[in-house]
Structure formats: C-alpha cells, structure tokens
Design a protein around this ligand. Structure first.
Ligand code: HEC
Ligand code: HEC
Ligand code: HEC
Ligand code: HEC
Ligand code: HEC
Ligand code: HEC
Ligand code: HEC
Length: 358
C-alpha cells in the first residue's frame, strides 16, 4: 500500500475538506433521518466500510490464522484475541514484540491492511494483510521485496504519526478530517467514506431545512450531479487519483496503477469521443459496486454502442452476447492476491492487459 500514498492526491483531499469547513460535520446518521434510501445502501458499501477497529470488521474471524505465520529468515507471528482485542506477537527466536491490531483498512472485497501506533512518533503498517483471494493473511502488497533485518522492521513499515505520514491513509479512508493528539494518537471524525466526504459538511443544509429555506438548503450542500465527466474524474480522483496531463511521468504499463481508475478512463476513446461517460455511468455512488455482473455492465456499454456504432456482436464474436468487460476492461493482476479492472476501455491483445493493442 506504500505506493498508494500519493502526496498530490492526498493534499487535494485535505484541500477539498478544508474549503468547506465553515459549516460543521454532522455524521451520516443525521443525513439518514431524511435521506433513508441513500443512507441504507451507502452505509453498507465499500466506501462506508473501509475503516474499522479490527474486531468490529465483518471479516474479523479471518484475521486470526490458526498456525503461526513465518517470515524469512527467522521471524514468527502469532495472532490472538485478548480482552483488549486482536494482537500479534512477533518473535525472532530471541526477542518478543507484542502489538495490538488497532485499525483495519479496507472493506475486504480485495483486502484488509492493519495499522497500529507503535510509539508516540510512529505508526506501523503491518507485514501481513488479509486477502479475499487467499481467504487469509499474506504478505502486504508492496512489502514483498523488503528484507527486514530487525524484529521491528519485520513487524511492518514505519510511518510518522503526522498528517503527511500515516495521516494520509486516514484522510482517504475517513470523513471530516484527521488530527493527531499530543501522544501521537490519531483522531478520526468519522470512519469510512461517508456522506459528507462527497457532499461537504451538512449542518447549514439541515439548519436551512429547519426554517423551510429550500433554496438555502440546496446552496448549502454539494451535489456532484452538477459536475461534468472531466470534473467528476477530478472529484473522485481526489482519492482514486487524478488523470495526469501531461502524462509523461505516469507509467500506464505498471500493473499497480490500474487501480487508479480516473487516469485510465480518461484515455479511453469512449471517454474522449463519447458525450457523457463518467464514473456515474457505471457506478451508483450510494451503492456497493456490482461485482461479477457482466450483464449489468454490458447494458451500460450498449447505451452507446447500439446507436450507429458497429454492431458489437459481429466485430467481437459470440461472447459479446453476454459480456463486454472481460475483453475490453480486462482484469489486471497485481501480485498474487489482487486484481483490478482496467478502466482504459479498449481493444487488448492476448498478453498485455495494461495498454490496448490498438
Ligand atoms: C431535516 C431533513 C434533512 C436532513 C437531516 C438532510 N437533508 Fe438533505 N435534503 C433535504 C430536503 C428536504 C432536500 C430537498 C431540497 C429541495 O430540493 O427542495 C434535500 C436535498 C439534498 C441534496 C440535493 C441538493 C440539490 O442539489 O438539489 C443533497 C445532496 C442532500 N440533501 C444531502 C444531504 C446530506 C449529505 C445530509 C447530511 C449531512 C443531508 N442532506 C441531511 C432534507 C434533509
Ligand atoms: C475520500 C476518498 C474517496 C473519494 C472522494 C471517493 N472514493 Fe471511491 N473509494 C475510496 C476508498 C478508500 C475505497 C476502498 C473501499 C474498500 O475498502 O474496499 C473506494 C472504493 C470505491 C469503489 C469500489 C467500492 C466497493 O463497493 O467495493 C467504487 C466503485 C468507487 N470507490 C467509486 C467512487 C466514485 C464514483 C467516486 C466519486 C463520485 C469516489 N469513489 C470518490 C475512497 C474515495
Ligand atoms: C490518495 C488516497 C489514498 C491514500 C493516501 C491511501 N489510500 Fe487506501 N485506498 C484508496 C482508494 C481510492 C482505494 C480503492 C482502490 C481500489 O480498490 O481501486 C483504497 C483501497 C485500500 C485498501 C483495500 C485493498 C485494495 O488494495 O483495494 C486498503 C487495504 C488500503 N487502501 C489501505 C491503505 C493504507 C494502509 C494506506 C496508507 C499506507 C492507504 N490505503 C492510503 C485511497 C487511498
Ligand atoms: C462517493 C461520493 C458520495 C457519497 C459518499 C455520498 N454521495 Fe450522495 N451523491 C453523490 C453523487 C455523485 C450524487 C449525484 C448523482 C446521483 O444522484 O447519484 C449524489 C446525490 C445525492 C443526493 C441527491 C439525489 C438527487 O436526486 O439529486 C442526495 C439526497 C444524496 N446524494 C445523499 C447522500 C447521503 C445521505 C449520503 C450518505 C449516506 C451520500 N449521499 C453519500 C456522491 C456521494
Ligand atoms: C457514453 C457513451 C459510451 C459508453 C457508455 C461506452 N462507449 Fe465505447 N466508445 C464510445 C465512443 C463514442 C467511441 C469511439 C467511436 C466508436 O468507435 O464507436 C467508443 C469506442 C469504443 C471502443 C474502441 C476503442 C478503440 O480504442 O478503438 C471499444 C472497444 C469500446 N468503445 C467498448 C466499450 C465497452 C466495452 C463499453 C462498456 C464497458 C463502452 N465502450 C461504453 C462511447 C461509449
Ligand atoms: C464503463 C463502465 C465503467 C466506468 C465508466 C467506470 N467503471 Fe469502475 N468498474 C467497472 C467494472 C466493470 C468494474 C469491475 C466490477 C467487478 O468487480 O466485477 C469496476 C470496478 C471499479 C472499482 C473496484 C476496483 C476493481 O477493479 O475491482 C473501483 C474503485 C472503480 N471501478 C472506480 C471507478 C471510478 C472512480 C470511475 C470513474 C473514474 C469508474 N470506476 C468508472 C466499470 C466502470
Ligand atoms: C471475446 C472478446 C470480446 C468481447 C466479449 C467483446 N468484444 Fe468488442 N472487440 C473485440 C475485439 C478483438 C475487437 C477488435 C475487432 C477488430 O479490430 O477486428 C473488438 C472491437 C470492438 C469495438 C470497436 C469496433 C471498431 O470497429 O473499432 C467496439 C465498439 C466493441 N468491440 C464493443 C464491444 C461491446 C459493446 C461488447 C459487449 C456487447 C463487446 N465489444 C464484447 C473483442 C470482444
């Protein structure tokens, strides 16, 4: 997850949150009172579920391997559930280091990475993460090539207890801002990507409704519906990474980058030449993502490709009767346990799934 911490994108999130700081945050439950439809489905989505205390995570039972995990050359990790929650005890045959698992990042569809405060100045991103594909713990993506020389290094990767350190992770995985206390403890206003991440703080909106000022209420809340597709790429890109123009420094062949959807989508002819293709064409921001649902996405493609364009079934073969994304938005593997859909919609050859063959 190290490369996930892009400085630029993170600053943008903080700026986004700071710019609307005049009004106050009220929390998703308060919005739910008047917007129950959005609240119910959004609260169950990957966005809302992306930050937990490990023992409260829906998948917590999978966070305790039955047997110790081993790491070359001499480290051993034992996970256990005590009165204060989940712990990991790491030893190198000589010394023992015990660390509570404090935070669980990730809703779990792909993976869950643990983060703990190790002392007043430092946090650690744990060596082992949960991966859905492995249905258990495995070495955290990005740590595979690290060769720890001490027990402290073996436990995970250190990050400073600061906004520009571990604070970046919390900023993209929570709502309403992140701060650090005198002892380096992190304060998160609301866990997960909740209503006010995208709509801005809601106190003024609610106050205006209370005095039946409908116009005031609309003005006091952001509605991203008004954004153009390019603006939405920037908006969602605050966390999903913005399209880079010019793109000289962005490596589209690096498999890891495929998880950054806005830059890839921005390269598609569908986006460049299509009138209004945006993230919202295929994803409802208040719902959990539709997974493994070829028919759902095919319908989205045919919204544009039945009118005037080439009849896909003949250009693409009989498989096009059931699916489009398997060929045109191929899954790209990152390491052993992760795969992401390539949002550069295009025609791919047999081998390279990162850049279209034409
Ligand atoms: C007391 C009830 C109430 C609460 C609480 C409330 N809203 Fe609303 N909201 C409304 C009503 C009523 C409208 C419709 C206003 C109109 O268009 O006449 C609305 C409209 C909206 C809109 C559409 C604005 C537009 O551009 O037309 C958004 C977005 C929204 N609310 C988000 C939120 C969020 C986020 C929260 C929590 C921070 C929230 N609301 C809390 C009553 C409420
Ligand atoms: C504050 C940061 C942030 C913003 C802004 C944001 N996202 Fe996300 N998004 C995340 C994180 C973090 C996850 C990972 C969820 C998880 O743990 O699986 C995610 C996951 C997703 C998923 C997969 C969700 C799932 O159910 O598995 C979709 C789709 C998505 N985002 C679309 C969007 C769209 C569209 C927008 C803009 C309207 C947007 N996001 C804005 C942070 C953000
Ligand atoms: C710039 C915003 C940003 C930062 C900084 C960030 N994340 Fe994320 N994170 C995301 C988004 C967006 C997703 C969803 C990506 C996807 O699934 O396509 C995500 C997904 C995840 C996931 C789910 C598994 C996966 O790979 O999809 C984990 C675990 C995670 N992040 C942990 C972390 C940790 C730990 C840190 C800090 C070391 C961190 N993130 C920093 C935005 C961010
Ligand atoms: C990832 C960003 C994101 C999050 C989180 C989010 N929304 Fe939205 N919301 C949007 C976008 C984009 C639109 C405009 C497109 C649409 O209506 O789907 C929108 C539209 C709305 C509207 C206006 C609907 C209309 O008919 O115009 C309401 C009300 C609303 N959201 C409430 C909520 C509430 C309540 C929550 C939390 C439970 C929430 N949203 C969380 C992105 C988000
Ligand atoms: C908003 C409309 C729109 C949507 C939705 C859309 N496309 Fe496109 N797409 C276009 C346009 C416009 C072009 C360029 C003209 C053409 O080739 O018809 C295009 C081009 C393409 C191409 C040729 C790409 C190239 O580089 O030569 C493929 C393949 C394609 N689309 C597949 C898809 C698939 C698969 C989906 C669904 C996942 C989809 N499109 C969704 C509008 C759209
Ligand atoms: C043409 C349709 C389409 C558009 C437009 C689109 N997506 Fe997706 N997206 C998909 C498909 C298909 C998947 C894979 C769903 C599955 O897991 O089966 C996906 C998956 C994702 C995921 C989960 C990560 C993964 O690969 O499993 C995230 C996050 C996401 N999209 C974000 C975005 C964002 C942000 C935008 C706008 C920049 C966007 N998407 C635009 C079709 C689309
Ligand atoms: C089995 C893989 C496969 C599937 C499934 C598939 N396609 Fe294709 N598609 C291709 C290939 C290969 C080409 C390039 C054909 C060529 O250049 O002769 C192509 C070309 C296209 C083009 C560009 C045509 C042109 O002349 O530039 C569009 C648009 C397109 N497909 C849309 C779709 C849509 C929409 C679906 C789902 C209904 C779909 N495809 C399903 C493999 C597939």
């Amino acid at each position: 997850m190290i490369r996930a911490a892009s400085k630029l994108a993170c600053l943008a999130v903080l700026a986004m949150q700071a710019s609307s700081q005049e009004s106050a945050y009220v929390g998703a439950a308060a919005c739910g009172g008047c917007h129950p439809r959005q609240f119910e489905s959004q609260s169950a989505s990957g966005h809302a579920q992306t930050l937990h205390r490990p023992e409260e995570h829906p998948l917590h039972e999978h966070f305790q391997p039955r047997r110790p995990l081993r790491l070359e050359p001499r480290y051993r990790f034992v996970y256990s559930l005590g009165a204060e929650g989940l712990h990991v005890s790491a030893d190198d045959g000589e010394y023992l280091l015990d660390l509570p698992l404090e935070w669980a990042f990730g809703a779990g569809a792909h993976g869950v990475t643990f983060v703990s405060q190790s002392d007043e100045r430092n946090y650690v991103e744990h060596r082992f993460s949960f991966y859905a594909r492995a249905n258990g713990l495995a070495v955290t993506t990005g740590h595979e090539s690290l060769r720890p020389e001490t027990l402290h290094q073996a436990v995970g990767l250190a990050y400073p207890a600061a906004a520009e350190g571990i604070g970046r992770c919390f900023a993209c995985h929570s709502t309403g801002g992140v701060s650090f206390g005198r002892r380096g403890e992190v304060n998160v206003r609301e866990r997960g990507v909740q209503c006010e991440t995208c709509h801005g703080p809601g106190a003024d909106h609610i106050a205006a409704i209370a005095v039946e000022d409908r116009t005031g209420a609309r003005l006091a809340i952001n509605n991203p519906k008004r954004l153009s597709p390019s603006e939405l790429n920037e908006f969602c890109g605050a966390c999903h990474r913005r399209p880079k123009t010019p793109s000289a420094d962005f490596d589209y062949r690096e498999a890891w980058n495929v998880r950054h959807q806005p830059p890839y989508l921005a390269r598609s002819r569908c986006f460049i030449e299509g009138a209004d293709l945006s993230c919202l064409s295929c994803h409802d921001p208040h719902e959990d993502i539709r997974r493994e649902n070829a028919a759902y996405y095919r319908k989205k493609c045919l919204n544009c490709h039945l009118d005037g364009g080439p009849e896909p079934a003949s250009a693409c073969g009989p498989a096009a009767r059931a699916d489009c994304v398997e060929c045109h938005m191929p899954a790209v593997s990152v390491g052993d346990h992760l795969a992401f859909r390539n949002h550069w919609i295009g025609v791919y050859g047999e081998f390279d799934k990162t850049i279209p063959s034409r």
